[in-house]
Design a protein around this ligand. Sequence first.
Ligand code: C5P
Length: 213
Amino acid sequence: VGTGPLAGRRVLVTAGPTFEAIDPVRGLTNRSSGKMGYAIARAAAEAGADVLLVSGPTCLATPAGVRRIDVESAAEMREAVLGALPADVLVAVAAVADYRVDAAAAQKIKKGDGGLTLKLVANPDILAEVAARPDAPFCVGFAAETERLAEHAEAKRLKKRLPLLVGNLAQDTLGQDSAELVLFDDRGTHPLPRADKLTQARALIAHLSHHLH
Ligand code: C5P
């Protein structure tokens, strides 16, 4: 058992993109390097938490002291997260694909002369599902928006019933080593001016530790 503000707490972090197969060689995915989620997993471990990182495909090394489960699709990510409950905190940083192909092809789809129409179906919202459970951990969401950040972020926080949501502008953050964040909670908004992602992750963990105490 470590020391620190999250000592003895069980923290789940989802990170990276998900990958939804179209056929054995093609798929749908989102832009996400995983850097922010991995930095948060690291910061939570530094704060003494028992951390499980549920990660979509990334090229990143597992932070020290963090357990990691690798998943590919949203469905796999959901199974891993639900299987890891109960927890004290869920930080959902993953850029989960909103849609998957209804029926992925078992064999490579052959190119024709015309176009290709795929039928997409909605993926489950992992964060909203966990946040709605009677034994819900303290749930932190992320919102990457391209415009009107405060409006979209606060709407998302209320819709998913989250005590804390982290907003950022997608074009300022994706793939980069630094980020400018805004925290939205019941007390209002808390800007975190641009800094490297580990610094931001530590600030977020400090903020959420206050919520837990
Ligand atoms: O609604 P939107 O996808 O923008 O919400 C983003 C937040 O919800 C992120 O915290 C993301 O990890 C989480 N999410 C999820 N499952 C989904 C979609 C989003 O957990 N299917």
